[in-house]
Design a protein around this ligand. Structure first.
Ligand code: F0G
Length: 350
């Protein structure tokens, strides 16, 4: 039998009514992949929650199935969002599926190619603004106040509700919450959602414990770490190039209530983890996603983990989202005449 849509599966813990028209692309149920080589490096049991395998290639689909379903239930004809790319790729797909309009504001020149392609081909109204994500989000909030446009950013509580399902899946698979849950932090919706998800699942009796939450921002876009707004955020991890996170307060609450931390990792550390993930584990994620692993490696040098500790790192988006960064990190393609001897020589085969 075909499986249920994600939010139908977890319906008991979500604000669905019998009238909610569930808009689904069969998101969620992503694999939790054991990462033995990274585990060796950090001295613990590491698992990768590979969210790149969602329908539009990022974790945003968990929240978007919920937000678009609830928007449709409320009679919305259009959704709007600001985005560093993934939210808009997801909104464009779910709006198309629902048969409603999608308006997208992005920061000009700072969205990875794969994400742009997804939004454009899905027929969304795509506008690049001469400003950063934080400015785009302010504009979108104003527009949704004034016009009949449902806001699809994670300031919409239904987005957070849907994203709690990531935590439910981790517990379902491990049998309990992990010791540590690591993830990148941008607008801070996901750390808010995972923490709420773990709490809700425990309250419902599905787990006995809660994880320590470890959030990681890019050093050039680390407002929560610095404790102040960053006016001109900059990082190679464009997905988390955010200087004034909308869910700042709830991210700090997740950190403090769980006894965790929110720390910064440099672009070099991010790119190193990004390459390590695909070269040593075969798992290709986008740069922002690798901030979780970069952060866990950094932390392991400062505060060693115990060997038995279970650490889940969320890989939030697929590597194909940002082909340019992958190509930039790679040596040039070797060239060779189409001849056996020349090829054997080039490859060092004897
Ligand atoms: N990783 C990726 C790949 C993302 O796209 C985002 C956010 C994050 C991590 C951070 O999650 O914002 O909940 O703290 N992307 C948003 C977007 C901002 O517009 O696609 P967060």
């Amino acid at each position: 039998m075909a499986r249920a849509a994600l939010i139908d599966h977890y319906r008991k813990l979500l604000p669905l009514t019998h009238r909610t028209p569930v808009v689904s692309l069969m998101e969620g149920f992503t694999p939790l992949i054991r990462a033995p080589r990274i585990g060796e490096i950090v001295g613990a049991q590491v698992y990768l929650k590979y969210e790149g395998l969602n329908p539009t290639g990022s974790f945003k689909d968990r929240g978007m199935t919920m937000a678009v379903s609830k928007a449709l239930e409320a009679g919305a004809q259009a959704v709007i969002c600001a985005s560093t790319g993934n939210t808009s790729a997801s909104a464009a797909a779910y709006a198309a599926r629902a048969g409603i309009r999608c308006v997208v504001l992005i920061p000009e020149g700072k969205v990875a190619l794969g994400k742009l392609a997804q939004v454009a081909i899905a027929g969304a109204d795509l506008v690049a603004i001469d400003g950063n994500f934080d400015e785009a989000l302010n504009l979108v909030r104003d527009l949704s106040d004034r016009f009949p446009l449902a806001l699809a950013n994670s300031v919409n509580p239904f987005r957070i509700d849907g994203q709690m399902t990531g935590a439910f899946e981790v517990v379902d698979e491990l049998g309990d919450a992990p010791d540590y849950h690591a993830l990148p932090v941008g607008n801070a919706g996901n750390i808010t959602a995972y923490w709420r998800g773990y709490q809700a699942y425990k309250a419902a009796g599905y787990s006995r414990r809660l994880p320590v939450m470890l959030g990681f921002q890019a050093a050039g876009a680390a407002p929560i770490v610095l404790g102040r707004v960053v006016d001109q955020p900059e990082t190679v991890a464009t997905a988390i190039r955010i200087g004034n996170p909308a869910s700042w307060a709830t991210a700090v609450a997740a950190r403090d209530e769980s006894g965790g931390s929110i720390d910064a990792v440099t672009d070099d550390e991010i790119l190193e983890a990004y390459q390590l993930l695909v070269r040593s584990e075969g798992v290709f994620c986008e740069p922002a996603s690798a901030a979780s692993v970069a952060g866990v490696i950094k932390r392991s040098k400062q505060h060693p983990f115990r060997k038995r500790d279970v650490i889940v790192c969320v890989l939030t988006g697929h590597g194909l989202k940002d082909p340019q960064t992958a190509v930039d990190c790679t040596k040039e393609v070797a060239r060779c005449p189409a001849a056996l001897d020349a090829l054997a020589g080039l490859l060092g085969l004897r």
